[in-house]
Structure formats: structure tokens, C-alpha cells
Design a protein around this ligand. Structure first.
Ligand code: ADP
Ligand code: MG
Length: 651
């Protein structure tokens, strides 16, 4: 069943080379119990590794069950190891972070098969007399017990052959004989056993003893010819297992990754801190940005679109007339003339402002009074949703009707309905016809603390002015703003005969400039915060890569063991990738929670406008997965590329 012909194996250490095997030919039949003996360094382990498909010979042929295995790919060998071989090592190679039963089950996740692995594992543990210790950790057990667990693990896939390299090397005499009794029992049940040892009394358990010296067979002694012929199980044992992405396999990997992450809680937490901070700042940043944008849009809407505002005086001092310069005073005729600039100009509304003392029954309130024209309502989104806007008739007729802002309504009426009530504004009776839509604050100014009245009424009855304080002009579309500004400027200069020395006697303010400035400020802000988040995510990713590299080095032996029991390259790779993604993802999820928490705190305590979006959560989570994949790839590849024997030997 095992047949090697003239195999050699040479190790290269720098300049020098060691001939560990020097032309070994050997046949081992099904059901034999072979002990390989010899002095230390005689090549026993090298031979056994080749027989167990953990290593490949440099030259020579190896047939297993009649099939040539020299020249098979690494993955094919892994799959055969999983199906037909069970390994027992001197150092046990149990994974300490898992329970005994999980250790025994380990080869099953690489088999791609389904079944009650737990039951099978318990059954094997009972075979080695440890059924009652299934929940214990390997480090809670004695050496002899650990080796029995390792034997149970070697048996879980019902292998044809058991390879044992100095299985009693680390044990005392009593435990050694215990282990040998178990192996003898297995032999009696038909297993082929190939065991390396340098202790003669241990070798006595075998039915055939091979002695090696300097990489050659020295002696081959059969104690009895009575190796009972054993029937091979049906089916081709050497077929390669099923593909990787099976749900059962994946679930196994996820559980393994979880165990590994949990066994290093503090380290994991520290290494995902970068990701955590990055994700939290992405979430908080986008919540702030969205909040600012939403409240800005709200403000811009209340401001009106494509709006120009004409004011008398210099623009430099907030539009208010100051100093000694001449101030242009606009009239209703100017407004009419501007309206004739159509189609450049869509709508025009004159505007006067002042303050008014308002009285309703015993309530008294002083606020702003604004006289406006008919089109003002649509231009500045001021048409009431409760009540109605002024009619053209009311404006022409200087009628005493008012639309109140919500602050004024609350101050004067409380919860009562103000419609059709009579309020006094500067001792003149006005009928309330509507409530202006709430606009909130613009900086420190409460835009709802206002009473709108017809511009004519305001000028001639309430404020006693015969001029307009300003004119609002709505340009037909955004492209026309510049031409419209030029046309308006020329028109006003002509109508008012403005001299060059009176350059500053009026100004045209572009409200869209203000909008653009606002949006570009928030854009700069979010870009700044965004790059901070990006940098912290990259730094976090490098942290992950670092910790994964450390983890790969630290777990070299574990990787070797996993490969020995049948893990393929891709299995190891997947395991480490799942681990790194698991880390970044959990960092990302905590980051999302922290980010949302920070946003909530900012909005509750600092009163900032925030708006957490589902998009930002999905983005941040997706990003942390990508970072896990990207920065985990190299360490995972490094792990997957390890040779099983070298990894097992690693100190
Ligand atoms: P044994 O198991 O009989 O003690 P080994 O098969 O482990 O012997 O080793 C045989 C020889 O090959 C020894 O001289 C050992 O130093 C050398 N050797 C084994 N493995 C390696 C390796 N990975 N690199 C270099 N030399 C090795
Ligand atoms: Mg050895």
C-alpha cells in the first residue's frame, strides 16, 4: 500500500547541504505496525514526513495505494492527508484556545463533509478514555492526556494510516505505555501504523522494526508475519475533496476566526482602534455635513433662489448706509422700471422695513415691520400656509392687513387662532390675514419676529417714508445673474444720474454668492474631515496588517498543524482573511455606534444640526470590510505559503 523507491531528500542550509535521506526503498502493507528506529539525525522524521505526504522527496518514486503521489499538487496532497492519514506528533500540537473536543473536530472542517462532527469527536475521545474531559482545555491536562487527545484527533477522519513521530518522546514511562496500548489496539482494529521512535522498548510494540542510519535503511526486522490482511474500504480514497466555498466549511472558518479574535481581546481591541476612530469620524462627519447641508438648504429655500437685493449706500458695511456718502433712494417707479427688464428679470418687489409696536388685547410686543409687494410672497417663500397672501387690490389700496410671523403670533395670541383678529401696529388697526411660514434664525436674527404688510401701507401709513429701503429682484435663471446685475446697475445709474464720485451710493447684493460661499465652506469642511477619516482608516489598516503578520509568525506551528491535517493553501488564506475582516468589521461596527453616539451628543448638548444617514453607515461598514481584506491579504498569503514541515518545525 505504501511503496517508495530510491527516494532522497537533501536540505540546503546556506552553502552546505545535508543529505537526510540517501536512497531509501521501502514497502509497507496495509495493516502493518512499523517502528522506524535510529539515532538522532538518522533521517527518521524526514522519511516519515515524506510517507505522510507532508514533504516531497527530491528524487525517487512514491506510490500510495498504487497511485503515484510524487508530482501531485500541494492541494491534492492536503486533501489526501485529510482523508487517509492521521498524525500524532511528539509535541502534541493541540490548539490551546480551543476545548479538547474542538481540537479533535478540527480536521473535519477541512474535509468539506457534513455530519455530526461533535458526536464523532466524542466517540474518538472515548476510544482514548477521555470522554469525560471533552470540555477541558489542552493546558488543563497532563502530557499523556494531551497526547491521547492528539490521537483522538488523528482518528477523527477514520484514516487508513496513522503516522506517529516520537509519540512518547515527551512522556513518562507509565504514560508512554498507555499511549502504546492505544496504538496497539488501533493496530488490532486494522489501522496501519507507522511510528518513529528511538526507544527500543517502545519499538517492541511494533510488528516490524526498521532501523535507519545516515539516511539509509540499516535493518528491516519483522517480528511476526501475521499481519492480518485488511480489506480496504470501498471508493477512491485519493480523490480530491470538494471546492472551498461550501457553507459548512465557511461556517467552520468563521467560528475559528471568532475563537482566535476572542482569545486575544485586548490585542484585537487595540489593533482595531484606528479603524474604530476612522469609522466613527466618518459617521460623525457625514452626520454633521448632512445636518449642515439640510439646515443650509432650509435657509436657502427661505431666502429664495436667483435673488438680487438692491440697497442704498455702500455694500462694505453690511449694506447699511453709513458715513457721509450719497445714498440712492429707490422709489416704486424704480421697481416698475426694473420689472421691465424682463425676460432677464422675472419678478420684482420693493421693500421697506421698520419697527412696530404691536398690541392685541392686553398683550404688547415690539417687532420688525416689513412692507412688501405682491410678488414678494413667491420670491421669498413667504406665502402663508395658514391664511392667505395679500391681493394686488390690497396693496394698491394701502389696506390695513397683516401677515404675522410665528414668533409674533405666539407672543400676542398664544395658542389662539389669530386669523381675522385685529391687532394694533403703531396704533393702527390691522386685520390678520395669515401666518407667515416659519424660517427660523438667520444668525442671531429671528426671521419669524416680523409682521408683513403691503408696501404702500407701510410707506404712507405706518413708517412714514416716501421711498423704498430696497428692491428684491428675481433673475429668470442662474446664468442670467451676471447680465442682470449689469443691466440693473446701468438702469439705476441712468435713472438716478449717479456720478462716478458717488460710486457707492447703492449696491446690488447677490444672494446666490452667499449660497455658493456657504456650500463651498461646507464642502471644504467635509473634505478636510473626510481626509482625516481616510488617513485614520489607512493607518488603522496598517495596524491590522502588522498585528496579522505578528499573528502569522506566532501561529506558524498552528498553520503547520492545520496543513498536516488537511488544510489547503486557500483554507489557510481564507481563515486569516476572515480573521482580519472580522477584526476590522467589529472595529467598524463599534465605530458606527461611537459615531452615532457622538452625533447624538453634538446635537443634544451642542445643538448642532446632525443627520445620520444609512448611507454613511453602509459606507463605513463596507469600507472596514475592504480594509480588512486589503491589509489582511499579504499576511494571509504569507501564512498560506508556509510549507507544512517547516511550519511544524518552527521554533
Ligand atoms: P531524525 O528524525 O532521525 O532525528 P531528521 O529526519 O529530523 O532526523 O533529520 C535528518 C537530518 O536532516 C539531520 O541532520 C537534520 O539536522 C537535517 N534536517 C532535518 N530537517 C532539516 C531542515 N528543515 N533543514 C535543514 N536540515 C534539516
Ligand atoms: Mg525526528
Amino acid at each position: 500500500m505504501i511503496e517508495v523507491v530510491d527516494i532522497t531528500r537533501t536540505y540546503q542550509i546556506g552553502e552546505s547541504s545535508v543529505n537526510a535521506l540517501n536512497g531509501v526503498s521501502l514497502r509497507i502493507e496495509q495493516g502493518e505496525f512499523v517502528a522506524i528506529m535510529g539515532a538522532s539525525g538518522s533521517g527518521k522524521s524526514s522519511l516519515m514526513h515524506i510517507l505522510g505526504l507532508l514533504d516531497v522527496p527530491d528524487t525517487g518514486e512514491y506510490r500510495l495505494m498504487g497511485k503515484l503521489v510524487s508530482g501531485m499538487s500541494e492541494d491534492e496532497l492536503a486533501s489526501i492527508r485529510n482523508n487517509v492519514a492521521g498524525f500524532v506528533f511528539q509535541q502534541f500540537h493541540l490548539l490551546t484556545r480551543m476545548s479538547t473536543i474542538d481540537n479533535v473536530m478540527l480536521p473535519c472542517i477541512y474535509s468539506g463533509e457534513r455530519g455530526d462532527f461533535r458526536k464523532a469527536a466524542l466517540d474518538r475521545l472515548e476510544t482514548v478514555g477521555l470522554g469525560h474531559r471533552s470540555g477541558h482545555r489542552p493546558n488543563q491536562m497532563s502530557g499523556g492526556e494531551q497526547q491521547r487527545v492528539a490521537i483522538a484527533r488523528a482518528l477523527i477522519r477514520d484514516p487508513m494510516i496513522i503516522f506517529a513521530d516520537e509519540p512518547t518522546g515527551n512522556l513518562d514511562t507509565k504514560n508512554s505505555h498507555e499511549i502504546m496500548r492505544i496504538l496497539t489496539d488501533l493496530h488490532a482494529k486494522g489501522k496501519t501504523i507507522i511510528m518513529v521512535t528511538h526507544e527500543p522498548d517502545i519499538a517492541e510494540y511494533a510488528s516490524r522494526v526498521i532501523t535507519m542510519k545516515d539516511g539509509k535503511l540499516l535493518e528491516d526486522r519483522r517480528k511476526s508475519t501475521a499481519a492480518a490482511p485488511v480489506k480496504l474500504p470501498e471508493g477512491d480514497l485519493l480523490t480530491v475533496g470538494p471546492t472551498l466555498l461550501q457553507p459548512s466549511r465557511m461556517l467552520g472558518f468563521v467560528v475559528q476566526a471568532f475563537q482566535s479574535i476572542v482569545s486575544n481581546k485586548i490585542r484585537t481591541l487595540l489593533s482595531v482602534l484606528g479603524i474604530l476612530v476612522g469609522v466613527a469620524s466618518v459617521i460623525a462627519m457625514m452626520a454633521l455635513g448632512n445636518g449642515a447641508k439640510a439646515s443650509m438648504e432650509e435657509q436657502l429655500k427661505s431666502m429664495g433662489s436667483n435673488l438680487l437685493s438692491l440697497r442704498g449706500g455702500s455694500a462694505k458695511i453690511g449694506g447699511a448706509a453709513q458715513g457721509t456718502g450719497t445714498v440712492t433712494r429707490f422709489t416704486e417707479k424704480d421697481a416698475e422700471a426694473l420689472a421691465e427688464l424682463a425676460p432677464l428679470v422675472r419678478r420684482v418687489s420693493g421693500d421697506v422695513t421698520g419697527s412696530g409696536q404691536m398690541v392685541y388685547m392686553d398683550k404688547n410686543w415690539s417687532s420688525g415691520v416689513e412692507g412688501v409687494d405682491f410678488d414678494y410672497g413667491d420670491m421669498r417663500a413667504a406665502v402663508p400656509s395658514v391664511g392667505r397672501w395679500f391681493t394686488r387690490q390690497e396693496i394698491l389700496g394701502r389696506e390695513k392687513v397683516a401677515i404675522l410671523g410665528t414668533t409674533v403670533v405666539t407672543k400676542l395670541f398664544g395658542d389662539a387662532n389669530p386669523l381675522d383678529r385685529i391687532v394694533k401696529i403703531n396704533r393702527i388697526n390691522f386685520r390678520v390675514i395669515g401666518i407667515a411660514p416659519a424660517k427660523g434664525f438667520n444668525g442671531p436674527r429671528d426671521q419669524d419676529d416680523i409682521a408683513l404688510i403691503p408696501v404702500t401701507t407701510a410707506m404712507y401709513r405706518v413708517l412714514g417714508k416716501n421711498y423704498l429701503d430696497g428692491i428684491f429682484v428675481e433673475v429668470s435663471n442662474a446664468e442670467n445673474i451676471e447680465p442682470a446685475k449689469k443691466a440693473i446697475d446701468a438702469l439705476i445709474r441712468k435713472r438716478h444720474k449717479v456720478q462716478p464720485k458717488d460710486e457707492d451710493s447703492f449696491n446690488i447684493r447677490d444672494m446666490t454668492q452667499f449660497q455658493q460661499m456657504l456650500s463651498s465652506t461646507t464642502q471644504t469642511m467635509s473634505m478636510l474631515l473626510g481626509s482625516i477619516a481616510a488617513i485614520s482608516l489607512v493607518v488603522g489598516g496598517i495596524g491590522i496588517m502588522n498585528i496579522m503578520l505578528v499573528s502569522v509568525t506566532e501561529r506558524t506551528k498552528e498553520i503547520g498543524l492545520r496543513k498536516a491535517i488537511g488544510a489547503r493553501k486557500a483554507d489557510i488564506m481564507l481563515q486569516f482573511l476572515i480573521e482580519s475582516v472580522g477584526m476590522t468589521l467589529s472595529g467598524g461596527i463599534i465605530g458606527v455606534l461611537v459615531g452615532v453616539g457622538v452625533s447624538v451628543i453634538l446635537s443634544t448638548f451642542a445643538g448642532w444640526a446632525v443627520k445620520t444617514s444609512v448611507f454613511s453607515v453602509v459606507l463605513a461598514t463596507g469600507f472596514s470590510v475592504l480594509i480588512g481584506l486589503f491589509f489582511g491579504l499579504w499576511p494571509a498569503q504569507k501564512a498560506a505559503g508556509l510549507k507544512p514541515v517547516e511550519a511544524l518545525r518552527y521554533e
